[in-house]
Design a protein. Sequence first.
Lengths: 183, 183
Amino acid sequence: MSDPTVVRGPSMRAIPEGDDRERMICADCGYVLYDNPKIVVGSVPRWGERILLCRRAIHPRRGYWTLPAGYLELNEATSAGAEREAWEEARAKIAIEGLLAIYDIPRISQVQLIYRARLVDEAVAAGPESLEVGLFEWEGIPWDDLAFPSVRWALHHEQEARQSGDLTTRFAPPLDLAAQSRE
Amino acid sequence: MSDPTVVRGPSMRAIPEGDDRERMICADCGYVLYDNPKIVVGSVPRWGERILLCRRAIHPRRGYWTLPAGYLELNEATSAGAEREAWEEARAKIAIEGLLAIYDIPRISQVQLIYRARLVDEAVAAGPESLEVGLFEWEGIPWDDLAFPSVRWALHHEQEARQSGDLTTRFAPPLDLAAQSRE
């Protein structure tokens, strides 16, 4: 390692030979970083009429409430990732029931896959990334202290799916609006 | 650039400080590559009773038939990516109708999101990555010359969704089998 105190990595922007768009390239060794959108996997875990939420112990949005979710790891199936996050953040064992929603956040190159799930038992506890966890009735959800807009979307989509019986996957932004804005 | 003929990039495997699993690190500059699963977006585009397929002009599986699909780009919504791939590979204009399936392929860290779609008009033509394109009735699909297992899964899932009217998102491997194998 030439100088371990200088960490640069792919920091130069250029179009590699045979490609059609700019990529980040390392000026030290010529390595081309084919960066990709990131996948967040999560769930809306339900115990009867109550939903599991976690109060974040980490930045961003420390102290605010969220659903268990996080980045999918290499060599991990999306449903397994959602189960892992529920365990890591809330010591919760969940059973995945279906795909509730896809939230596209292209501004930050993120795709969120949120599953419907039920808690396998009621015992939950804060993991290292949570200050506390709780099971909330709809009216008791801390609506003013949710960490991210997608937490609100998922809670409303899950409620709507359950009440209507329509278990098709939801989208944000909604698909038909997206089509209209392109026409 | 120390020696532009030697391109190594992150090629050393180690656990970075504060992390809990091995990542690829560049021995030249210390850059840590937080590699992530990749998202493939695609569609099953339908024109009446016929489905659009493309014969691949590129490796892997050159000469075999596939659905229009490819890697999601940075800052791209998943449905927009599926539309882009249909245009690039088959000069097809499609209208996305909903999420047909998620195929988890953790062995190669890939997640495929396959949409149901209809062709907006019948005019299609081979793009640069296709040798030819065609609209196939179910019986005419070149079943023995499909490029990937997921093409077969998607064709069967789409047929099943349309015939049953059940438009919930499908999974491969199926969710319930995945749960059983973990117990």
